[in-house]
Ligand binder design. Structure first.
Ligand code: SAM
Length: 393
């Protein structure tokens, strides 16, 4: 599972070197984005199939798309929010192909083909159906289920249609946050439709990467550690007052304050108590670890507390550094089946559930010197966190 090891150091350095104040200004591409991403995935899969690597090739392709996007250097121009614009040098893909005994020359060719497919996909040849506010319906289905239907018409016929379901809790939360950010509910339906389309587009890329901490665990963090920032989230799963998420264009109107990789260095400067539960992939975890450990050293005059949910992957780059860090207050261990996560699609009434984790997890509690002096973590806090993660509700 974790195979990048020291290579993650390079990835982390690349991401850290980015200017934190370069903000993305993307424009939602309505239906086209979904159609284009699907087509790109199909083509990438074909490349692997051609090499006799059809088995289990989907996770490889999805992971390549996500990690290659992370490796992208900063740019002044807006780039596609999902499809990477850089080529080659992906340690995860290279490692996988080597493990299948492919020669170096072949690996280079595949990396070039991957980049070529994502960068040259002729977007203009795909149909686009603009989302129009009047064609979005929102209905209460039954208690706790809100159904959202987005339709696009061409010559008075339905050209495309998508249905989404939200729990009433999530719907109200989105509505409330939208009004607070925008100052009115104008445009809510349109932005909601764009948000739901975006997360449906990436759902196959991310299934399994967005399992969340249950609400009562968040309450424990808030009560005992004063936690107010959720550093890896989406409008569809955030709990805390401040959160970061992957996409500015669709998530900003619902209160996201930007991407972790861009905003973190600036946000931690003013101190605070932060929860982070990144997608469980090597790239996300090692980069996040590297940035958290740096902040604990660099930020001296404001109090910093991190509650970091992590899989037990001891040979992942950064894991041992965290265990050995002078800023580690406690490492809490949780055995398989003895702690609980919310399912990754917790906004959907049919998927919403809390499930026992099949693998062990760790919570790292970390503080800089200032936080240790001013806001030390008490024994009661530690017992409360242990008890809360071990409960399903
Ligand atoms: C494991 S889930 C966390 C769920 C829940 N917010 C929690 O903290 O328990 C990881 C989340 O990170 C989000 N994510 C992905 N890229 C991100 C980025 N660049 N910045 C912030 N969040 C991101 C994913 O969309 C997903 O919702």
């Amino acid at each position: 599972m974790y195979y990048l090891g020291e290579r993650c150091r390079t990835i982390a350095a690349t991401v850290r070197a980015r200017s934190p104040d370069v903000e993305d200004t993307f424009f939602p591409q309505d239906w086209k984005q979904m159609i284009v991403v699907e087509a790109v995935v199909e083509r990438l899969l074909k490349v692997l199939e051609r090499e006799g690597l059809a088995k289990n090739s989907k996770p490889i392709v999805f992971r390549w798309l996500l990690s290659q996007k992370l490796l992208e250097p900063p740019t002044e121009r807006p780039t596609d929010p999902i499809l990477p614009t850089t080529s080659g040098g992906n340690p995860g893909l290279q490692h996988y192909l080597k493990s299948k005994n492919l020669a170096n020359g072949k690996i280079d060719t595949i990396e070039r083909e991957f980049a070529n497919i994502t960068q040259t996909v002729p977007k203009s040849s795909f149909p686009n159906y603009p989302i129009i506010e009047n064609n979005i319906s929102i209905d209460v289905q039954r208690r706790d289920t809100i159904k959202i239907v987005v339709a696009a018409f061409r010559e008075s016929k339905v050209a495309a249609k998508a249905e989404f379901y939200l729990t009433e809790f999530r719907f109200l939360k989105l509505q409330e946050r939208y009004q607070a950010v925008q100052g009115s509910s104008e445009g809510f339906r349109l932005h909601l439709a764009q948000l739901l389309m975006r997360y449906r587009t990436i759902a196959p890329l991310c299934s399994g990467y967005s399992g969340g901490c249950p609400a009562h665990l968040f309450q424990t963090f808030v009560h005992h550690l004063g936690t107010s920032w959720e550093l890896f989230a989406s409008p569809l799963n955030f709990t805390l007052p401040n959160y970061l998420s992957a996409y500015n264009d669709t998530d900003g109107p619902f209160g996201s304050q930007g991407s972790f990789f861009r905003r973190f260095p600036e946000i931690v400067k003013s101190g605070g108590s932060f929860q982070l539960n990144p997608p469980f992939t090597e790239e996300y975890l090692s980069i996040a670890t590297s940035m958290v450990l740096d902040a604990l050293v660099d930020v001296c005059d404001s109090s910093l507390t991190f509650v970091y949910i992590h899989p037990v992957w001891p040979d992942l780059y950064g894991y041992r550094d965290m265990q050995r860090s002078p800023h580690l207050v406690r490492e809490l261990s949780f055995a398989p089946k003895q702690h609980y996560y919310e399912s990754g699609l917790q906004h959907d009434p049919q998927e919403q559930r809390v499930v026992a984790s099949s693998a062990p997890s760790t919570i790292f509690l970390l503080q800089n010197d200032c936080a240790r002096r001013e806001n030390p973590i008490s024994k009661e806090a530690i017992s409360a966190i242990q008890a809360a993660f071990a409960r399903s509700e």
